[in-house]
Design a protein around this ligand. Structure first.
Ligand code: GLU
Length: 290
């Protein structure tokens, strides 16, 4: 094993479906192609969205498909003290601050500033609590985002830019319900686990600049990023549980891997066994994403 460390980080909101299997396979192939280490991290910080038993089911499905982690899987719910340490550090450095605003407060403030809410987009935090809480109780904690465009390069998508301050605003690190936000947990864990290469679905690409800013604020190294193609559902949207994605069949893992590889542009349909298909896909991956 060399210094490469990759991971698949599913949220246990349901079993793996064709779309999440593509992300799992892509990160596994990249790790194998680099002779690296591949981890599985169960991202169960958003407890209300987690489905009991989905974590065990995901691990069973991965194993059935021959995607075996090189170290024991980890659960974010067991790592919460680490997220608090990171948040405290950011607060101490003046890089994060408490916020008393409810969603309604934010909508009202944005309307007063004449800033329409982008359709389907995120509420850009208007900065109400940046200078203090105005005597109110803190509800959430946010990162203080500096002005400027954040450029980054994706190994598949190429150069991307995002003006985080304009497009997202100061984003939440710890939510009003006391739960740690995905952005904080993912950055702390990628840092703590020494992840050098992040390979995940393209729907997460827009989160990358927020994660780069947090890595810088916490003094963590920046991994390389590759965002893999998505499987689209019948309505042209990303396949998800909500639009009827079916669980990957444990009984026919070869078929599942052949289909997932095809989404990545790799044809292993002629391979007679799961092991051969995974080996052939690894060789093909090296050529696609050196
Ligand atoms: N837990 C996230 C998800 O399932 C993925 C996080 C990541 O790969 O960075 O959407």
């Amino acid at each position: 094993m060399n210094g490469y460390r990759g991971r698949f980080a599913p949220s246990p909101t349901g079993p793996l479906h064709a779309g999440s299997l593509v992300a799992a396979l892509a990160s596994w192939l990249d790790a194998r192609a680099h002779g690296g280490t591949w981890l599985v991290r169960i991202e169960d910080v958003d407890r209300p969205r987690c489905v009991p038993g989905a974590d065990a089911e995901i691990l069973r499905q991965l194993a059935a498909c021959g995607l075996l982690p090189d170290e024991e899987p980890t659960w974010q719910s067991q790592r919460e003290p680490l997220y608090q340490v990171a948040l405290d550090r950011l607060v101490d450095q003046g890089l994060a601050y408490p916020c008393a605003c409810s969603r309604k407060d934010i909508e009202v403030a944005l309307r007063a500033q004449g800033r329409e809410r982008p359709r389907g987009g995120e509420l850009v935090y208007p900065g109400t609590c940046r200078q203090g809480l105005h005597g109110q109780e803190p509800r959430a904690w946010r990162l203080r985002v500096a002005d400027g465009v954040v450029p980054w390069t994706d190994r598949r998508l190429g150069v991307r830019l995002q003006d985080v301050a304009q497009e997202v605003g100061d984003y939440v690190l710890k939510r009003a319900d006391g739960l740690y936000a995905y952005q904080l947990a993912v950055v702390v864990d990628d840092g703590a686990q020494g992840i050098t290469h992040v390979v995940r679905g393209e729907d997460l690409a827009d989160n990358t600049p927020r994660q780069l800013l947090l890595q810088r604020a916490l003094g963590l190294p920046q991994p390389a990023y590759l965002h893999a193609p998505l499987v689209l559902g019948p309505n042209g949207e990303k396949l998800s549980k909500q639009n009827g994605a079916e669980a990957v069949e444990l009984g026919d893992p070869l078929r599942a891997i052949v289909s997932a590889a095809a989404v990545l542009g790799i044809d292993v349909s002629g391979e007679p066994s799961l092991g051969n298909a995974l080996l052939a896909a690894t060789c093909a991956w090296v050529a696609r994403f050196p």
